[in-house]
Design a protein around this ligand. Sequence first.
Ligand SMILES: [Zn+2]
Length: 183
Amino acid sequence: MVPFSSSMAYSWHMNKRPIDPFATYIWSNAPTPRCKHFLWLPHRVRLPSAALLHRRNIVDHDQCAFCSAREDQNHILLQCPKARKVWRLLNWLPCLSSFRDLWDLDGAPADAEIASTFVTAVLWNIWKCHNAWLFDCRHQTLEHTLHMATDDLKLWLHRASTGDQLHSCNIVSFCLFPLVCML
Ligand SMILES: [Zn+2]
């Protein structure tokens, strides 16, 4: 009989959990672990929006600091005027109920990993733009947000370039082209 161990119990427990198909989009792409973790938060409905913090009695209102609408995670990432300007410039006009729907838009790269890298860069910088306004009262221009997303993509391409070169070329053509054209 195999002796009991906590690692065995953990493995048994994890193996019984249903497979999360969206998890691959988050963890199997080129962004840094910090950005992957950021993406995991809205996936688990844990992004610290005003609505979430208000529900937990951490803040006394649930309004967006920029436009005063109710601020849940979809408002921050998709619906706030600041976010909508970014998506509009990228020619993606999402009227979506969830950020996960970004992976199914017509203009999204066909390759799931490439699409994830691109979408993560944009979402990550919309989030940073939101925080710059909220915590520093610093207005970040649309151009700056897109520059930051482009810089992140370049950095992540460097991380990916240690792998298959063709794969890296695909990321360049699909991810950088729309951003560079708009700047
Ligand atoms: Zn707003």
